[in-house]
Structure formats: structure tokens, C-alpha cells
Ligand binder design. Structure first.
Ligand code: UFG
Length: 330
């Protein structure tokens, strides 16, 4: 296998992208991060070079691709709020789909034909069964999920027509932080459960609101499959090596295969932080399935992926270290 030398990471200043850039640095890969800072932070880029720009801007893409001999592109730059996507579908189709096509077409122009794409469990919609494997029907129930599924379809067609190789990784719930708190989650606004619970623990928020206790689950709260951010980054590394060694295009569901309820997460956060976490009971949030758990057998079998931080307490502990660091530097 020829080794991977240079990778373009689009969205490398964001939560997932910044952990990926760090990991590529550890693996000895040269990285160029392209980010428009719509939700990322300059100080989250801990390795490689940086270009400020947007993948919707073809001049920026021309400049970046003409200056670097990329082996592959990893694409983390997308809008991720399901509710917002229902209110503002144009924003989601433009950025997550149209701008991604712009990126793919620039890759074709410059002869870069390996692509790792951040897809999502939201492509499956309301699950027919659990855990969800790759054969599960794909019926998104919001523009966010559609924008990602449309890219997956485009990638399949680009492979068929142009021999363009891609790996789609369908994340379940990315969570946790770098174990030494070098990096972590900094969404604004924050909508994700684990950082919100920990912000309630640290006093940054008055309470955590539980969105519904009347689901058909053992404790009535929704069940999700939380995957540690570095396990997720490692899966990208394996996907990159797969493509670099001539592997075929593929799509993988990416989670731990363990379901934890909202109540489980709050209990873990109390255990780890030792803090009182006030809870408020809320209504169900529109579009939340009761249970989303991955069957990740395919990526384990085909790429040899194994989570190193599979248990919820470790994920919450690393996120708590990050939250504590954020509080101490305020
Ligand atoms: N939740 C609460 N209170 C909160 C926030 C979340 O009870 O304040 C609950 C949600 O209802 C859900 C669970 O916690 O049951 C997890 O919610 P998150 O928002 O953390 O995660 P989601 O499962 O909704 O979202 C994940 C990804 C999104 C992606 C979505 C696609 O994190 O980026 O899956 O389905 F868009």
C-alpha cells in the first residue's frame, strides 16, 4: 500500500474535524484544513496548514487543489441541526448537498478520487428495527437527513460513472472529547445531550431538560448510541487506508452498538462529575425516534474497526474533563 501523505480536511476546525486533524497529525500525515469558521474555531486546528474559505467558492477550491497533491479528502463541513433543517431547507440543501457537489467536482478536475464523507443515522428515518444495519431502508424524515442521503447517492453514481471512490460513515451520536482535553465539543448553540448535561453539572446552565419520558423504552426516555469522538476518528483513518490500498467504495454504520437512555446519561454525568444536576421535565422534541442504535458489524469485519472507548462513563468522563477545562479558562 502506498502510504497516505497529504489529506484535505474540510471542516477541520469543527468538533469532529478537529479531532480528525489531530489524529492525522499523530499518524504522520500532512493536513490542509479548509474551514469557513461558521461553527469551528481557529484554535481547534492543532496540526497542519490552514485555509480560510468555503467549499461553495470555486476560486478557493482551485487555489487549494492546485497548491497541494492530495491523496484524499475528508469532508466534515455541514450543518447538523435537524429542527433548523425543517425550517430552513434551502440552507441545508445548499451547503450540505450543492456545496458538497462543488467540492466533488473540484476533486474530479484535479484528479483526486478518494473521499470520506460524514453521513448520519438520520438517513434511515424512523427505524423499522434495532440495531440498524446497512440494509435498513433509507427514508429520511427531515431535510438534514435528505441532504446527506443525496450526497450518498451522488457518490454511488460518481463511482459508477467516473471510478470515484468514497467511504460514507453514518455516525450515530458522536460524543466525548480528547482524553487530555486538548479538544472537545463547542457548538453554539449547543443542542447535544452530553455537553448540555455537563454544562448543567458545571453551573453554566441552570438545569437539563429531558425531552419526554413517555417513550416505549425501559425508563421512558430516548435511547441513543454514543460513540467516542476518537473512535469515530479512528474509523476515518481505517477508511482512508482502505481507499488508499485500492479498496472499493463502501458505506458503514458507525456506533458502539450499545444503547443508552437520556436518564442513563444524566446518571453517568452525576457519577462522573459528583455534582447535583437539576432536571426539568419537557415535552418530546419533534422528530426524535425512541431508539437509534447502530449495528456496526460491517465496519468491524471489513475494516477491522474496534472502539477503544466504548463505555458511556469513559465518554462522559472525557467530555467532563473538557467542560471543566472550559470553565477554568473562562
Ligand atoms: N435530549 C434531551 N434534552 C436536551 C437535548 C437532548 O432530552 O436538552 C435528548 C434528545 O431528545 C435525544 C437525546 O437526548 O433523545 C440525544 O439528543 P442529541 O440532540 O444529543 O442527539 P440526536 O440523537 O438528536 O442527534 C444526533 C446527532 C445530530 C444528528 C442527529 C440525526 O447528534 O447531529 O442525530 O438524527 F443530526
Amino acid at each position: 500500500m502506498t502510504s497516505v501523505k497529504t489529506v484535505l480536511v474540510v471542516g477541520g476546525a469543527g468538533y469532529i474535524g478537529s479531532h480528525m486533524v489531530w489524529l492525522l497529525g499523530q499518524k504522520g500525515v500532512d493536513v490542509v484544513t479548509l474551514d469557513n469558521f461558521s461553527s469551528g474555531y481557529p484554535d481547534a486546528i492543532l496540526h497542519g496548514q490552514f485555509v480560510h474559505g468555503d467549499i461553495g467558492d470555486s476560486r478557493i477550491l482551485d487555489k487549494v487543489f492546485s497548491e497541494h497533491p492530495f491523496d484524499a479528502v475528508m469532508h466534515f463541513a455541514s450543518f447538523i441541526q435537524v429542527g433548523e433543517s425543517v425550517q430552513a431547507p434551502a440552507k441545508y440543501y445548499q451547503n450540505n448537498f450543492a456545496n458538497t457537489l462543488n467540492l466533488l467536482n473540484a476533486m474530479r478536475t484535479y484528479g483526486v478520487d478518494k473521499f470520506i464523507f460524514s453521513s448520519t443515522a438520520a438517513i434511515f428515518g424512523e427505524p423499522d428495527y434495532s440495531p440498524i444495519d446497512e440494509a435498513h431502508p433509507k427514508r429520511p424524515i427531515n431535510p438534514y437527513g435528505w441532504s446527506k442521503l443525496m450526497v450518498e447517492q451522488a457518490l454511488a453514481d460518481y463511482d459508477h460513472a467516473y471510478g470515484f471512490k468514497s467511504v460514507c460513515l453514518r455516525y450515530f451520536n458522536a460524543a466525548g472529547a480528547h482524553p487530555e482535553a486538548l479538544l472537545g465539543e463547542r457548538h453554539d448553540p449547543e443542542t447535544h445531550l452530553i455537553p448540555l448535561v455537563l454544562q448543567a453539572a458545571s453551573g453554566r446552565r441552570p438545569h437539563i431538560t429531558v425531552f419526554g419520558r413517555d417513550y416505549d423504552t425501559p425508563d421512558g426516555t430516548c435511547i441513543r448510541d454514543y460513540i467516542h469522538i476518537l473512535d469515530l476518528a479512528e474509523a476515518h483513518w481505517l477508511a482512508l487506508q482502505h481507499l488508499q490500498s485500492g479498496g472499493e467504495s463502501a458505506a458503514f454504520n458507525l456506533g458502539n452498538g450499545n444503547g443508552y437512555s437520556v436518564e442513563n446519561v444524566i446518571q453517568a454525568a452525576r457519577r462522573i462529575s459528583g455534582k447535583i444536576i437539576p432536571v426539568q421535565e419537557g415535552q418530546r422534541r419533534a422528530g426524535d425516534p425512541a431508539r437509534l442504535v447502530a449495528n456496526a458489524d460491517k465496519i468491524k469485519q471489513q475494516l477491522g474497526w474496534q472502539p477503544a472507548y466504548a463505555d458511556l462513563d469513559t465518554i462522559v468522563e472525557h467530555a467532563w474533563r473538557w467542560e471543566s477545562k472550559c470553565m477554568s479558562v473562562k
